[in-house]
Design a binder for this molecule. Sequence first.
Ligand code: SAH
Length: 357
Amino acid sequence: MDNKSLIDKLNQYKRLEHNEWTTLIGSFTEEDRAYAASLARSITKEHFGNKIYFRGIIEFSNICKNDCYYCGIRRSNCRLSRYRLSNEDILLCCREGYRLGYRTFVLQSGEDGYYTDERLVPLISAIRAKYPDCAVTLSIGERSRQSYEALFAAGANRYLLRHETANAGHYAKLHPEGMSFEHRINCLWQLKEIGYQTGCGMMVGTPFQTPETLAQDMELICEFQPAMVGIGPFIPHRDTPFGAEKAGSQELTLFLLSLTRIMLPRVLLPSTTALGTVAADGRINGVLAGCNVVMPNLSPLSVRKKYMLYDNKAGTEADAETGLLQLKKQMESIGREVVTGRGDHADYIKKEEAKND
Ligand code: SAH
C-alpha cells in the first residue's frame, strides 16, 4: 500500500498495523505530509469549527528530583538557579489569567517533593473555589495513586503526563536507572481510571528514536485513547548530557500531529511551545496540521527564564497580556478564533450531562 492509502486507511479504521506505522513514518514525503495535514484540518474543522482553546501554563517550581538526560531542569544541572512559587504567587497568576480570559490553568513543575498533597490540595481547592468556571490541569509528574486521588478530589480536572517514548529500551536511554517506563505507564492508566481527562505524548527527534519507536508511540496513543496528546520536537539544552544533539524536525512533528488528529478526531491537541521554538511560525503550522489548543505562558516574568527545559525556549520575554495578544493575532491571520471557555473533551462533557440527568 502507498503512503496516501495508509493515511486513508488510518482515517477509516482509526488504527494501523505496526509495520504500516513504521513504513508511513519512515518513508513519508512532503506530499504525504500535505495530504495528512489537509485531512487533519478538515477533521478539526468538523469538530471544533475555527475555535482554538487557550490554556495558561503556570510553571510553579523548577526544582526536580529526577535526572532525565534531555531536560534542562534535571537535578544534576547545577548552573540553574532554582525557584518555587508560593500559593499566593500562583493565585495571583490565576487572577491575571482570569482577567485575560483564560478558563484553564495548567500547573506544571519539576518533581518537587516540597509540594506534598497537604500543600497542593488547599491550592487546587482555592483555585476551583475562586474560579468555579475554570478547569485545573496538573503536569507534575509521577505520584502515587493515593496522591492522584486526593488531587482529583480537591478539584483537579485534567493531567498531562507525556509517556516520552513507548519503547522501554529507548526509555532507558533517555532516563537514568531508577526511572521506569512501566511506572510511568501505570501512572497514566491510574489517572485515566480515577477520572482525569488525561494526556500522554512524546518528544520528536530524541536521541536513539527511530520510525520503529515512533510507531510504538502511535500504537500506545491508539490503545490509551487519551483526551489530550502533547507532541513537540526535542530541543537540546546545553547543560544536559544531550546538549550537543540535534533538535527534532518540525516536519516530522507536524506529520505526527496530523496523524494523531486523524486517529483521534476529538482529541485536544496543543500546538506546543517547543514547536514555536524550532520555527518562528511553528505554532501556526501546528494549527494548520490539526492542532486546536495553545498554551501561552502565565508564569511571572521574573521566573520564566529559569524554567528552561531546552535552549531558547519561546515566550519568555513578553508579559502574559502581550504574549496573548500576539498569539490571537497569529491565529486570526489563519482564520482561527482564540475562544474563552474551558474546552473540555467531548467524552467528559457527555459524562457530566449524564450525571445531571
Ligand atoms: N515533571 C513533569 C513536567 C515535565 S516538563 C513531568 O514529568 O511530566 C514537560 C515536558 O517537557 C516533558 O514531558 C518533556 O516531554 C518536555 N521536555 C523536557 N525537556 C525537553 C527538551 N529538551 N526538548 C523538548 N521538550 C522537552
